[in-house]
Structures are given as C-alpha cells and as structure tokens.
Design a protein. Sequence first.
Length: 239
Amino acid sequence: MSAERYKRQAAMRAVEMVEPGMRLGLGTGSTAAHFVALLGERVKAGLSVVCVPTSRATQKLAEARGIKLSTLDELPELDVTFDGADEIDGELRMIKGGGGALLREKIVAMASDRVVIMADESKAVAKLGATKLPVEVVQFGLKATRDMIEALATDVGCKGDIELRRTADGQPFVTDNGNYIFNCDFGSIGDPEELDEAFRFIPGVVESGLFLDICDLAIIAGEGGVKVYEARRELEDED
C-alpha cells in the first residue's frame, strides 16, 4: 500500500475526532491536505466547525472545500490542531517544516488545547534527524545568522551542511511570513532539547522545525494498521 493511502487512513481516523462547534487548527502538508479534504466532506454533510489555517496553501484548500475559516486574532484559543510531521520519535518529538509553514504551525499548535499529529509509518523514527531540519530566519544578516547556527549547533554536537532553501528556479524560498529557511543536514540529533535551546540564542532565528513537547496524540498508519499513541507527560508536583 502506498504512503498516500496510509496518510489518508491516518487522516480518516483523525477526522472522526471532530465534533460540532469545534475550533480547529489546520496544518500544512500532504497529510494535512487529506484531513482538509475529509473534513470538507463532513462540512458538506452539515458539520459546523470553524478553522484557522497554518498557511496560504491550506487556506486555499479549505476555502475550496467550503470550510469556514477564521484567524487567531478572532479565535486566539483553539480546541484541536490537526497536522502532519516530517519525523516523529517515540517520545512524540517532531521535525516539521518541510512545507515551509513551521512558524505558523507552531503558533497555531501552541494556541490549541490539544495537538493531534497524523502520519504514515515512514515518518516514525528512533532518533530525529533523518530529514533536514528547517530553521526559519529573517533575511537581514543572513550569513551572520548562518554562521551562528553552525557554531552553536556544533557546540551541542550537531554538524552538517546548512543550506538556504531554494525554489525550483533557484530563487530563495520565501515563507508566508517573508522569511528564509535554512535546511540543516545534521543527521541524528542526540539531544533535541539542547539544540532547540541553542537556537534561542540566535537573534536572526525566528523559529526551528523542532516541535518538542507539543504533540498530544499521534495517529500513525502503516502495514500493521492504524495505531494511536498518547503523549506521556509527568505531572508537576503540587505544593
């Protein structure tokens, strides 16, 4: 069975979770596109929801399906965000941003009570880093920012090529926010939390594609069927 079929299976399980009146975040990417299509079928059948898209691409898909849309300015608190992932490990830590929407995806996710991730089994990894890590940066001072990313990443044990993402015609890829993206080919990331913390010291970095402690539920479809994984988070001791 193809990866696209598995993605659709994961999205089918996810869309069953949607209830009337919910405020939803809509992710970006191929798996999220399956979810939007399936949600559109339910909306056409009478389901009433309002959604905040994480990219212009998702906005267009949702509009074409007749899904009611809003913004975080109008709906600053959401019930659930449904999104995909480029990679997800056993602790439900993720790399996202292959579609270039990582900043808006993270903003929408953090505004949601729950985050549900849909993926095919090829996205499940033992350690993050099999794919290139996207890092969204401002255009000003690009070389200085790249050099700082390289230096601080090296300090936490991450080395590899850091290349500016480009479009098919060779131009720099520009995000919906007017920023650029560096694709960082670090390989296996030993300590994602440490690397994420290092990025926070770099003024030119807007956000990284490390999504840590964000996913609440992962729906992963593959040859063995559809499996659901719940995040395990330790509760803080109360005084």
